[in-house]
Design a protein around this ligand. Sequence first.
Ligand SMILES: [Zn+2]
Length: 356
Amino acid sequence: MTDETAPEVWERISDTGIRVMRIPTPFQVGRVNTYLLEDEPLTLIDSGPNSGKALDELERQLDALGHRIEDLDLVIITHQHIDHLGLVDIVAHRSGAEVAALDLLAPFVENFGADAERDDEEAAALMLRHGISEEVVSALRQVTGSFRAWGSKAKVTRPLKDGEVLELRDRRLEVQHRPGHSPSDTLFWDEGRRILIAADHLIKHISSNPLISRPLDGSSERTQALVAYLESLKRTRVLPAEIVLSGHGEPITDHVSLIDERFALHQRRAEKLYRLIAEQPRTGHELAQALWGDVAVTQAFLTLSEVIGHVDLLVNAGYVREVEDGDVVRYEATSDTPADQLGDLIPGGNPVLSRG
Ligand SMILES: [Zn+2]
């Protein structure tokens, strides 16, 4: 974990009636942050995964704050990942709380099992196309199939529109759809207090993975997750936020410089990939291996998503193209521009470089 959060920051957060509860997950990311808004309605943001251990922890931590699950009036889902939404149904049943989520996300949450299965099918096809072996793909499908038990369906009773304001007694939260890490990433912006609840859109100690996912509108075209993510980050960058509360790790108090670091990281990674592609045409899997070596089966889709996201930047800028080669696709360079002369690859321009 990176540097600790100053006590004044925690004080400011709790003074506004926000309490963080860190719920264990079985995943590599570790604990997930859920937030309790001591307001009216009494609101829980995210729930932790669907496990007895997570439920026990949630109850214990609520109890330590003087509340019970039964007291909750509203549960908000920030995005579609199971470490965030797994317990929502149980919590809503026990409390009778309303369940709020982005309107585009509601069908996914309500059909959780079936939609997640379709996601896995498309992910498998994508992995094969980008050169990952059948053994790895089928091993990963078994793992993700069993992971699915940590998620759950839930009925969304309060669909949220992008841009609408959720009014609580003591605060107004603007709903901001900022896709990228997942297609449903939803931020909650308290302009009065300059606090942004951002879930996995921005995390202090790790760069959020732009995971490739099926579009929520049911269209079959693959979305460019990293491109969408960088566009979303730009919109967050201009918010005058003083504290950003993430889905994992510590609060962020300098989101502009953190976002600038992310832009620099993605630019460097795209240049590195370009260098590898310019050496010789390679599949997405070969590129992932060149960057990270042999990774655990559970990381195969994640690293492929990273590669494809960055190669999208190069394809969009005209430096690389996809070439079909039997059942797989390879990337090849279309120019002999040196990697350090590719220029700014951040869609719409890196705000740091264009500052003038
Ligand atoms: Zn997530």
